[in-house]
Design a protein. Structure first.
Length: 617
């Protein structure tokens, strides 16, 4: 990768100062127009790939935080959201993000939040392009690596406060690479402002201080070792103002104290119990090479970035920038511990490793040779880079789901049911459903558990409830549970399928609602008998229906419940399939065919419906 223009070359390397521009310099591998055209295509892909429906769980509790702070006019210091551990000390580090998300949602609903995500993601990669171009890197040649970074990060483009972290990392590194050419307040202002925002937007604010410290440690080592190993830093011989750097680091630490609860903000992210809880039970805190993540969508893009980072070091050993080496090495170690840091790693590689490789003697000499001996070869190189970029975007076209709404994977129907019925004041549910409950039901109802995972003992009880019947019964008694709102069996993992079994085998619980996302079970003695008579499914339960046998006296009741279940949510095909099977069993083949044909109209690829229809024809 070589410079986009001769003028940028002059700014980037002292060797060009005072030298007249020759004919070969006037011929550039990356003219400005081509840079803007190709990188504009990259940004377009970034934007359209970031406009997909809201489907992550955590956005809901962040919205709940914003709504609660607006409602009370106060910062949250103890958890108000869970009935299972009332009064638990808790401070929302991302409170400012919660307020921002809430304000945008109130102004523009889900579409406003999706637009915010697209703007944040686009800003990250626009900033990367500006930094690379300022460093003299051809954006045409950088485009394939930037696209690999995008594809490595795509599954993390969910609307959570970590998007601010990504943007801050890029902006801070861009500032540092130009910092020694700045004097006075400009040297201090941006990092301090970023740190003040960062500490109130995401708990990763420690990274700001670490990045600055590692960068200047690397620059100092480069300056000290340059006579010995030929190492050169980004500053190209510019003197390092050590006193200014120490003042900057001190001011960034002070800026980290500018938040509603300095003690909580500084100590809570480092809590050992919380770290253990997240690393043990949360996939995003597992190594990217854990067997459970072998089919994750960020492979093989992460491996490509690892190879590229290593290559940029190998070809630059005599001109190695130790600040780049330290930062890339630091984020590599973080990423190997937890794959959630693969995005931070990719962003750092997109800036530092690309610039490192482009400044290496091998690449610079290669560029000079192409310009002098075979100008047509430069066209081939540029065309190859554009072709690779197009192929990367084309093969990743399945990541484009242009949708500005909310995914239908949330239990909105079940929550509407319990709200209208006035039941389920102390419900058990999954972690994701709990986050949605905070937004949809609080303060009318509180969650059992949610995406914040703030109590290890509660999480152990949550798991015990799914493991065996003794744990199930103990959890019900301990937390006085009166309802279960859990995913449908088809979408449940082994633990939640166990819970379905425990509930259907117990005489104390009744299924009262089902839809394509979730089931609602209620404790019989906690609801009025007449309400239970109207709403309970006494004979039909998708979990056990295929194995049950009914008497002739029960058949009319079974059919009525099957019809009610199928009508309650037409998008949930399981009741319709069971209804068709039941109709065929009792000899009403014509009506069974009609039910199956309606299923196939809604779900043409349903293999079970097709097989059953062929069997009864």
């Amino acid at each position: 990768m070589v410079s986009a223009t001769p003028e940028l070359n002059k700014k980037r390397t002292p060797e060009t100062k005072g030298r007249k521009t020759g004919a070969s310099d006037r011929y550039s591998l990356g003219p400005a127009q081509l840079d803007f055209l190709v990188y504009g295509g990259v940004i377009t892909f970034v934007v359209v790939s970031a406009v997909f429906a809201i489907r992550n769980n955590d956005i809901w509790w962040h919205l709940g935080v914003g709504a609660e702070m607006v409602r009370t006019g106060a910062f949250i210091r103890t958890d108000p959201f869970m009935f299972s551990v009332p009064g638990q000390p808790w401070a929302p580090h991302a409170w400012l993000a919660g307020l921002l998300f809430y304000a945008i949602h109130e102004a523009g609903s889900a579409a406003g939040l999706v637009l915010l995500r697209a703007v944040l993601v686009a800003s990250i990669f626009v900033a990367i392009g500006r930094i690379l171009r300022r460093s003299g890197v051809s954006l045409v040649l950088a485009a394939p690596i930037v696209l690999v970074v995008v594809l490595n990060a795509h599954s993390r483009f969910i609307l959570r406060p970590h998007l601010f972290e990504y943007l801050f990392i890029v902006v801070l590194i861009g500032h540092l690479t130009a910092s020694m050419k700045q004097r006075g307040a400009r040297f201090f202002l941006l990092p301090i402002l970023l740190q003040m925002l960062w500490v109130n937007l995401h708990a990763s604010f420690y990274l700001g201080v670490v990045i600055v410290a590692l960068f200047y440690i690397g620059e100092a080592l480069s300056a000290k070792l340059a006579p010995t190993i030929g190492s050169r830093g980004f500053l190209h011989g510019e003197p390092i103002h050590y006193r200014g750097v120490m003042i900057l680091l001190g001011l960034m630490v002070v800026a980290s104290l500018i938040n509603p609860s300095p003690v909580d903000f500084l100590t809570a992210p480092l809590g050992g119990e919380q770290r253990e809880l997240l690393s043990k039970y949360t996939l995003e805190w597992q190594s990217p090479f854990d067997s459970k993540l072998s089919s994750a969508t960020f492979h093989p893009y992460l491996e490509i970035l690892l190879v590229f980072a290593a290559l940029s070091i190998l070809v630059s050993l005599k001109r190695l920038r130790l600040s780049s080496l330290l930062l890339v090495g630091f984020f590599t170690l973080l990423m190997l511990q937890a794959h959630r840091f693969r995005v931070e790693f990719g962003l750092v590689v997109a800036i530092l490793s690309v610039e490192q490789l482009s400044a290496s003697r091998i690449v610079m000499n290669l560029g000079k040779g192409l310009r002098k001996r075979a100008p047509a070869a430069t066209i081939i190189v540029l065309a190859a880079s554009v072709l690779v970029s197009v192929l990367l975007a084309y093969t990743a076209r399945d990541r484009i789901e242009f949708n500005g709404a909310v995914s239908n994977r949330f239990p909105s129907r079940s929550f509407a049911f319990i709200r209208d019925a006035g039941v389920g004041q102390r419900p058990f549910h999954t972690v994701g459903f709990g986050s949605f409950l905070i937004w949809d039901q609080f303060p009318e109802r509180r969650s059992f558990i949610d995406g914040r995972n703030i109590d290890a003992a509660l999480y152990r009880d949550f798991l015990e409830c799914q493991t065996h019947s003794v744990g199930f019964n103990n959890t019900v008694r301990k937390y006085d549970l009166d309802a279960f709102i859990i995913p449908i069996p088809e979408d449940s993992d082994g633990g939640m399928r166990n819970v379905h079994t425990f509930l259907t085998e117990s005489d104390g619980w009744a299924l009262v609602h089902l839809d394509h996302v979730s089931f609602v079970y209620v404790k019989k003695r906690k609801v009025p008998g007449d309400w239970l008579d109207r709403n309970a499914y006494r004979f039909y339960n998708p979990v056990t229906f295929g194995s049950r046998r009914f008497s002739s006296a029960q058949l009319d009741s079974v059919e009525a419940e099957l019809g009610r279940a199928a009508d309650s949510d037409p998008s949930y095909v399981r009741p319709s399939l069971d209804h068709a099977r039941f109709l065929a069993m009792v000899g009403d083949v014509g009506q069974a065919r009609g039910v199956l044909e309606r299923v196939l109209q809604k779900d043409p690829g349903n293999a079970e419906a097709s097989a059953l229809l062929n069997r009864i024809r």
